[in-house]
Design a protein. Structure first.
Length: 217
């Protein structure tokens, strides 16, 4: 088995780091964790030691570096098929990949105006143009996946999958900014927040000492 090391940023702020970390922790995939606080004087230099992009997260598998969150998750799904990180059903798997890719590349208004800060609460903040449309689309995705594929569990496709990891930072954002959602979406959020791995991530975020001003409204 390859030796896996996941390089992440601050757990308080780094939504991209959370995604593969959650997949690995929830699945019980063993890995070493290296946390590099972001926006420090030496952050870029330290990140460049691991990543050609200078960004987090990065997964090192022996001498292989993978520096994109969704690519990391795809690699994990291929290397650890026993964990069924994508749905087994072909149709469900196609939809799971579609909504994960949409989350990966979209929702820029939400990202820019409701930054990830799982230590704080900013009710009513971040309601810039386009944000509500992003919120509505995300909730529509959640309702659709739960209705079509979620009968066997509480996650989007019943059992936990990469798709849930892709949306977990959004769940944190909705809590931070006190976003009102429909009952189906609220139930899904509760299920995600109850995941022991996500609870661990949030608890460890509260132990961090760094404060990044741009993420503190």
């Amino acid at each position: 088995m390859k030796r896996l090391t996941l390089i992440i940023g601050n757990k308080t702020y780094s939504s991209w780091s959370l995604r593969p970390w959650l997949v690995m922790k929830h699945a019980g995939i063993p890995f070493n964790e290296v946390r590099i606080p972001l926006f420090q004087e030496d952050s870029e230099q330290r990140l460049r030691e691991y990543s050609p992009s200078g960004l987090v997260p990065i997964l090192q598998a022996d001498d292989l570096a993978i520096w994109d969150s969704l690519a990391i998750c795809e690699y994990l799904a291929e290397q650890f098929p026993q964990h069924q990180l994508w749905p087994a059903d072909a149709a469900a798997r196609a939809v799971a990949r579609s909504v994960s890719a949409e989350m990966h590349s979209g929702f820029s208004a939400l990202r820019e105006n409701m930054t990830h800060n799982c230590r704080r609460r900013f009710p009513g903040v971040g309601r810039a143009p386009g944000v509500q449309e992003n919120i509505d689309r995300i909730c529509a995705i959640w309702r659709d996946c739960r209705a079509r594929f979620g009968a066997v569990g509480d996650m989007l496709f019943g059992k936990f999958s990469i798709a849930d990891a892709m949306f977990a930072p959004v769940v944190n954002r909705f809590v931070t900014y006190d976003v009102s959602v429909d009952p189906v979406s609220a139930a899904y959020m509760r299920a995600v927040l109850a995941l022991p791995a996500l609870q661990q991530w949030i608890a460890e975020a509260y132990e961090e000492k760094e404060v990044i001003a741009r993420y503190e409204h």
